[in-house]
Design a protein around this ligand. Sequence first.
Ligand SMILES: [Cu+2]
Length: 268
Amino acid sequence: MSISDINIPFGITQNASEHGGLVDHMLGFVHWFMLVLFIGWSAFLVYVFWKYRASNNAAADYHGVRGHATTHIEIGVVIVEAILLLGFAFPLWSHQADEYPTSADTIKMRALGEKFLWNFQYPGNDLMLSTWKLAGVTPSNVTGRELNDPNGKDDFVNPGTMKLPVGRPVIVDVASKDVIHNLALTPMRSAQDACPGVKAHMWFKPVKTGTWDIICGQLCGPGHAQMKAVLEVVTPKEFEDWSKEMSAGAKAKNDTAAAAPAAAPAAH
Ligand SMILES: [Cu+2]
């Protein structure tokens, strides 16, 4: 049995990311600590009810506690909380916030929230995302990619499903088209607010294949509960095949549009 097993009866989604074990360990630590405090305080409450019952103490006691035990217990609680913050939370946060993956196999992609769905932009076969112009978001360009950027010619957008390969780090640029949303990837133990006009980022590394729901972690309007997408972690081969096909399709469409600009005057 491990410390984080206490999370299971609380209904936690199984972890599927590399760093998620550390999050679960910290959460398990907090749960055990709260359990100890809950039992301790409950027992103390029952004890004072019994000790200071009216039939036993007819006269009021104006001095109260004289010993130092409670002070020592409080200091103990402060120490455990300091260990939680300094020993677990801060190092884990700094790892996720400062040590972004730089390896060549890192997938860089974008997620743009809108009322009420998620759009995912992939870099395509050149592994390079287009430059990102949030001001350029339109109904036909839902992620705000710079359409004249050569790097973006083979980028493709997949609304509703975030498909990823297992075992490769992923950096996701996150933003919103309208109100504040939150890309909550529970099995990856990662979540990032999506704010209009703000380019935010998150990263993680899936270590298990599977299919999960992506939810919006911010109450964003009447369709919030329906703002569901799918996170699909597949084998590297399956991802490569899918990505190549999608990218080739997007490139062909872009090339056609470039060859016949007069045929589609509204598309820009
Ligand atoms: Cu939302």
